[in-house]
Design a protein around this ligand. Structure first.
Ligand code: CO
Ligand code: CO
Length: 326
């Protein structure tokens, strides 16, 4: 069921205080409170990503908080959203998820105010997050401009790694740094982009680099070009794809992949799969004016984000689409 299609049938009032609503598939909604000050609101729940409940809690929290950072905001308050099975699961497991999440909420300088639990056969967990953003710091999907440079702040390929781990093809030593990276907040990446001043940002999550890149292209009415060799990705993910592990995003009903993305014929099929690999708690994709891009990359590196990379550009296009070049 495509929720977007259902929501679009509703007549949703949008008073002038609504700065970002449902129209642009943005990361979070934005509502002006007073003057320059706005609320940023988002919610996200995910299935377990790994066998370690504490680590899963951290990853789920970082994933939920990320949509506030992707709007240029600061998370302030959180609510637990728990879909927990009634039986067949160790209570300690659930406690560890919440403990892990709380540690990440605290790291984000946000607070937990409450939450809601629903009985569900399949465990899911996440947060609803409310943050604050100044209107001038907003980084909506609609802001990308031709000539901008694109920077990605975390490697892609985590979906393939998780799929490989489920099949027992990934040993812990190889997976740990990848899960740890997923548990890291996009907080310092957000701080760097606010300090430099950028045009647009989104975080790379369930629709993969292609899907989220396309949301930016569509909202900004531009073309987006990625340079494949520069796109940061986990080596383990490429190896797993070569061993036959497959993932793939489910795009919105009316967006067929072949219409929105053109792969250069020299891009190997294994690499193409990485662009549609769903990410959990992925990095920020930032659209920055070319003359500020070196400064932003430097700031990202200075804050310890070593694998952030300039990996694409924005160009003028009547029909929003993506091009993947070697
Ligand atoms: Co997002
Ligand atoms: Co989201």
């Amino acid at each position: 069921m495509d929720l977007d299609a259902i929501v679009q049938q509703l007549d949703i009032p949008t008073p002038p205080e609504v700065l970002v609503g449902l129209q642009t598939s943005d990361d979070a909604g934005v509502y002006r409170l007073d003057g320059d000050l706005c609320l940023v609101m988002t919610a996200d729940i995910i299935n377990p990503t790994c066998d370690d409940p504490y680590l899963f809690g951290r990853i789920a929290a970082a994933n939920s908080l990320s949509d506030v950072y992707a709007m240029g905001g600061q998370p302030k308050t959180c609510l637990n959203l728990c879909c927990f099975p009634n039986k067949g699961i160790d209570r300690n497991w659930l406690t560890e998820i919440l403990r892990g999440s709380l540690s990440t909420i605290t790291e984000a300088d946000a607070v937990l105010l409450g939450g809601h639990t629903v009985k569900d056969d399949v465990l899911k967990y996440g947060l609803s997050v409310t943050g604050l953003v100044k209107e001038r710091d907003l980084t909506p999907n609609s802001g990308a401009k031709p000539g901008d440079v694109l920077i990605l702040t975390k490697p892609i390929g985590t979906g393939v790694v998780m799929a490989g781990a489920k099949k027992g093809l990934v040993d812990d030593t190889a997976a740990t740094p990848i899960y740890e990276r997923m548990a890291q907040l996009n907080r310092s990446a957000c701080a760097a982009m606010i300090a430099v001043g950028v045009n647009a940002a989104t975080d790379i999550t369930g629709f993969g680099l292609c899907g989220h890149g396309y949301e930016v292209a569509k909202a900004s009415v531009v073309g987006i070009r990625f340079f494949d060799e520069k796109v940061p990705c986990w080596g383990l993910a490429e190896e797993l794809i070569r061993r036959g592990i497959k993932t793939g995003v489910k795009l919105a009903e009316n967006d067929s992949l072949t219409e929105i993305v053109q792969f250069h014929r020299d891009i190997p099929t294994a690499r193409q799969q990485l662009y549609v690999d769903p990410q959990t708690s992925g990095g920020l994709l930032i659209s920055v004016p070319e003359n500020k891009s070196a400064k932003l990359l430097q700031r990202l590196r200075d804050s310890g984000i070593d694998d952030a990379a300039i990996c694409g550009e924005v160009f003028e296009a009547k029909r929003p689409h993506l091009e993947i070049e070697p």
